[in-house]
Design a protein around this ligand. Sequence first.
Ligand SMILES: NC(=O)C1=CN([C@@H]2O[C@H](COP(=O)(O)OP(=O)(O)OC[C@H]3O[C@@H](n4cnc5c(N)ncnc54)[C@H](O)[C@@H]3O)[C@@H](O)[C@H]2O)C=CC1
Length: 548
Amino acid sequence: MNVLVWRSLIRYPHRCMCTVTGSSSQVCHNNLYLQITMNVLVWRSLIRSPHRCMCTVTGSSSQVCHPLNYLDGQRVDPKCTQTFDLREPATGKSLRFVASSNEEDVDMAVRSARREFKAWKKFSGFERGNVLKKAANIIRMRSEELARTEVLDTGKPIYEARMDIAGCADTVDYYGGMAAGISGEFLQLSNGNFNYTMREPLGVVGGIGAWNYPFQMATWKSSPALACGNTFVFKPSPFTPLTAVMLGEIYKEAGLPDGCYNVIQGEGETGALLGNHPDVNKMTFTGSVPTGTKVMEACAKGIKHVGLELGGKSPCIIFNDSNLDNAVSGAMMANFFTQGQVCSNGTRVFVQNSIMGPFIAKIVERTKNMKIGNPNHEDTKVGATISEEQAMKVLAYVDIAKKEGASVLCGGERVVPEASLSGGYYMSPCILVNCEDHMTVVKDEIFGSVMSVLGFDTEQEVISRANDTEFGLAAGVFTNDLKRAHRVASELEAGSLYVNNYNVYPVGVPFGGYKKSGLGRENGPEALDLFTQVKSVYVEMGDVEAPF
Ligand SMILES: NC(=O)C1=CN([C@@H]2O[C@H](COP(=O)(O)OP(=O)(O)OC[C@H]3O[C@@H](n4cnc5c(N)ncnc54)[C@H](O)[C@@H]3O)[C@@H](O)[C@H]2O)C=CC1
């Protein structure tokens, strides 16, 4: 079908010009009307418009042009006319201009969440859980559409996006199952007196996300918050605005009352407005340490609860008694998912010197075999870096590493997998050797596929070097010595430890950082404590014995 949708936009501020043929649909949204099927040409006059959208989307589904803010259970356009350019990492092409939410937009979202909080907190945990469990099933039913949209936004390979979405459904299901069990305690006191506690929601929770796992951040943050009876306002990363809005529609379909989950799009200013809003009771943030510091400062001013999931420079330690093939697989999983843009990545790979040669030979061979290509292709293992700026940053780190004395064994170069992707930001996964602890590339979080291999001799030495970082998000140990595995795991200063594996996050396993990598935990039962507060109720059964 070819549909031509045309409208004069002389009086409208939001205009869009998109050619959509394809699988994913969450790109160009406008609240006035849209008629899209397959192969759609949407043309709008752009003469006076601040919101412009030019998108070429290949795919098969039908939702293309909709507003990207989500308020009171509906997609809406923000009041603000300031926009940012949304680009598709795979091609580098502009998909559309997205309006940044201003103070009024943020305020409307928070007020909507505050209004609905009064009703939502009165639902029983069981009722709230039922909504989440239904939402989990809808996520599963729409998983391919969600995964394709995640690819469009992030440039990650489709096989990974599918894994992400499946995990997100499990998370929402998990908190749905936990909701009915959220309860307080009873304490018997003397003379028949007693005390009981209630676990009450905090109120309106504000969430801010990074761009590497957009749907995961929206679900990991909102589902425990909602399970506990809070309402939620989410600001996704400006690089990846699409799937958080779809989650709003999914929650609504599952029975979540309008206003319990809202989305505001925008850049840093919008995030700051949310963090500083006086009617937000908690902020849950994922992003870099500098931005996390700002969010924490804003929360300090308002004495608000805060959860921070920040950066890392994690160690992955490989002892000479480990299964070498597993260790090589683990080191690759510690570095190469999502083009290396993973906060928990074990980018400092410590290898015991006695096995350095065979380890290097195997890992270089396997890394060179990773298919770099169109992220929508089934066999692609390396997709596109999120942006040109990020790709340049990663490539610059490789140059710095060389200048400081490291050697590149493979990768570290910009790649054009095929002519149609020449505008995308593809990079070959890089392995560096001759690295030393003081090097920039070994100290800084790069957030790209750059693995630094470091040799070591003894257990004590490697523990001390592994802990010599301001971060503490994750760490991995590969060894077949059971006692050593647990000994080293207990010595490493990190929130997530992996023994003989890396970067696996089954639902229910708490995730979060030590040191500058953050505060609080997500994905496990701990999150429920962090989205509730304890009310203690003392009950006197006798007379009051006052000393005056
Ligand atoms: N620990 C974890 O779970 C994870 C941590 N990260 C970390 O995120 C970083 C990469 O993500 P980026 O999006 O580049 O991080 P970023 O810190 O630049 O941005 C994160 C979010 O904060 C918003 N923001 C910017 N300025 C703000 C302000 N003043 N107030 C409130 N919000 C503001 C951005 O618009 C974005 O939505 C890396 O350091 C990575 O390690 C990423 C994923 C998971």
